[in-house]
Design a protein around this ligand. Structure first.
Ligand SMILES: [Zn+2]
Length: 268
């Protein structure tokens, strides 16, 4: 409970920092003069797919006032218009279905780069709305009646050494913000990475799988009988999400689905 309050406070302070500081749009670099999607300027803008979202969510109302890292103009251009679905076979006849909000190119690629390598964690607040699009795409596939208390948002973990170098896990930032938008609980300790692995970039599909062999362990006490929404920034060959899903099933998860911000179609 205390931890939850602390997390909320931490998040609020991030939002207020964003409100107080003069933020520039991460795409066009123009100063963001007024908060994105605040007040009546949003109402007439039907080009934004946001109209389909659940605006009754109290957090969401605040979200619109706090969203600061992408200007209204760029947001309308960058907001995904369709989602991508991929499926992967796992051991024991399990299938992993992954929904991705957009392609890993252009605006999305640049925003993810800033979140991941330029330590711009505020972007995760805005990018979580993109991720929400992937969740809304997955919902009808899962079931018509979803009991969210049985769901858990889990980020793909970084090895502790990498986490220390980077300062934060970008998948965790995205997962936390998605949790606030959906009210689905979040737990960053559900999978741990026990083996440091080489960067997957530049490796073939086969080498990626070998590289990740035995790298992840699921925590039984956290994931048992839960439906897991596994979060990552980008999916390329699916090797990382597959390895994490296997670990979660071994630990007793009921089902596992993947949600990623972007999909790289290079290997497809
Ligand atoms: Zn802009």
């Amino acid at each position: 409970m205390l931890k939850k309050i602390f997390n909320q406070l931490l998040h609020l302070s991030e939002e207020y920092l964003a409100l107080l500081s003069e933020e520039n749009c991460r795409l066009c670099r123009q100063e963001i003069i007024k908060p994105v999607l605040k007040d009546d300027s949003f109402k007439g803008n039907t080009s934004l797919a946001f109209v389909n979202l659940n605006l009754d969510n109290a957090y969401f109302k605040n979200y619109f006032k706090a969203s600061q890292t992408i200007c209204n103009y760029c947001l309308a251009k960058a907001y995904p218009d369709k989602v991508f679905l991929t499926t992967y076979d796992l051991i024991d006849d399990h299938v992993l279905t992954v929904l991705s909000a957009t392609q890993y190119k252009g605006h999305a690629k640049w925003l993810i780069y800033q979140l991941k390598y330029l330590k711009d964690s505020l972007i995760a607040i805005d990018l979580a709305v993109f991720l929400l699009k992937a969740w809304l795409g997955l919902k009808p596939i899962i079931s018509n009646e979803i009991r969210l208390d049985n769901y858990l948002i889990v980020p793909v973990p970084l090895h502790p050494k990498r986490l220390k170098e980077r300062g934060y896990n970008q998948a965790s930032k995205l997962g936390q913000n998605l949790s606030r938008l959906t009210n689905i609980p979040f737990n960053s300790k559900a999978i741990i990475k026990i083996k440091p692995t080489k960067s997957q970039q530049g490796l073939s599909r086969e080498d990626r799988l070998i590289n990740l062999n035995g790298a992840f362990i699921g925590k039984k006490e956290i994931v048992k009988d839960k439906t897991i929404l596994l979060i990552d920034d980008v999916i390329t060959t699916g090797s990382t999400l597959k390895a994490c899903s296997q670990a979660l099933y071994i630990a007793g998860a009921k089902s596992v689905y993947g949600l990623t911000l972007a999909i790289s179609l290079k290997y497809k």
